[in-house]
Design a protein around this ligand. Structure first.
Ligand SMILES: NC(=O)c1ccc[n+]([C@@H]2O[C@H](COP(=O)([O-])OP(=O)(O)OC[C@H]3O[C@@H](n4cnc5c(N)ncnc54)[C@H](O)[C@@H]3O)[C@@H](O)[C@H]2O)c1
Length: 312
């Protein structure tokens, strides 16, 4: 074994793909998840699972028992609209929850923490595109503020206690296992609607753009971040390409062969108009770049949805 890793949020969409990648690469993996949005169906049978909330005192017992070498921190409140409706809850999960984990990392001398940041939410309305890591961070939602605030604590724990970290600021991640009942994950939401022969909704005019990165590329970025000896800092993880929601819907129509049209409904506050992430630094320092193009990614996600439907 290469080392022991606790993955918080490891029963969720992105976390579970990271768990699979770690296990394939001979790590001993421990999953901590309260299953608020995650599912036991996503759990890798080779990982040990603790159904615990990251803000609960039982977390200390997990660290005491497992004594991890590394922590990959993905448990979070991930819903932008919920963050606007319940900002205190969002801050407890995303800021206080991260501090609780950092304190345990400090107590148990964890060598490095990998943190799931949000490149889609931390920069706010872009001053230029694609945004690099030096772009000013002016989040326009409580979620964006809480996810970005937690980054400062990682910096602080490196400064005060020399605890290594890497922040991976994801763009819009998509792929198999993304929950279509959530608010993020427009690709899953569209595919799920089409599967049920329902018209998908597009917020606003549909010309808003996002940078879509496939989940297996994101899992590989986590592995590289864990293994690479690069200095503690934040890296963008995306493709640098903008795709509008209208373009995306056309691609999904092509891929699935549906003749359903989308219904346009009111735009949502707290969401940026355009975003894409420049990822040159991740290429230089981590040797990471996206490998799965959006057409292939949509096809693989669509195939997973069809297979899941057959199994349900
Ligand atoms: N999906 C994206 O496009 C995207 C983009 C940027 C950043 N992120 C970040 O990536 C991480 C994973 O997101 P995801 O899309 O896989 O969402 P997800 O909801 O599938 O995963 C989050 C997981 O954390 C668990 N969880 C939540 N609160 C918890 C708590 N208090 N204690 C223990 N477990 C808890 C949930 O049950 C779930 O399994 C999050 O930190 C999110 O902010 C996601």
């Amino acid at each position: 074994m290469k080392g022991k890793v606790i993955v918080t949020g490891g029963a969720g969409f992105i976390g579970s793909h990271i768990v699979d990648a770690l296990i394939d690469n001979e790590y001993d993996v421990v999953v901590v998840d309260n299953l608020v949005t995650g599912s036991k169906d996503n759990l890798n049978a080779k990982a040990r699972f603790y159904q615990v909330d990251i803000t609960h005192e039982r977390m200390a017992k997990v660290f005491e028992k497992e004594k991890p070498d590394f922590v990959v921190h993905h448990a979070a409140q991930i819903n932008v609209r919920q963050s606007l409706a319940q900002p205190v809850y969002d801050a407890i999960q995303n800021i206080i929850g991260t501090i609780e984990i950092l304190e345990l990392c400090r107590d148990y001398k964890v060598k490095k923490m990998i943190y799931a940041g949000s490149g889609g939410a931390c920069y706010g309305e872009p001053q230029y595109l694609p945004c690099d890591e030096k772009h000013p961070a002016n989040p326009v939602s409580h979620y964006g503020v809480s996810k970005y605030s937690a980054e400062h604590y990682l910096f602080l724990y490196k400064h005060l206690y020399d605890m290594d970290y890497i922040v991976l600021r994801y763009s819009n991640v998509y792929g198999p296992r993304q929950d279509p009942k959530g608010e993020a994950g427009v690709i899953s939401i569209f595919l799920d609607k089409i599967k049920n022969n329902e018209r998908p909704h597009i917020f606003g005019d549909g010309n808003q753009t996002r940078d879509y990165v496939f989940v297996k590329d994101v899992a590989r970025a986590n592995l590289l971040a864990l293994e690479n000896q690069t200095q503690s800092r934040a890296f963008n993880i995306g493709t640098g390409k903008e795709t509008s929601v209208n373009q995306l819907f056309e691609m999904i129509k092509q891929s699935t062969g549906t003749d359903l049209s989308a219904a346009h409904i009111a735009a949502v506050p707290g969401e940026v108009r355009r975003i894409s992430l420049k990822c040159d630094l991740a290429k230089q320092e981590l040797g990471w770049g996206p490998e799965i193009g959006i057409e292939d990614g949509i096809r693989m996600t669509s195939e997973w949805f069809i297979k899941k439907q057959d199994n349900d």
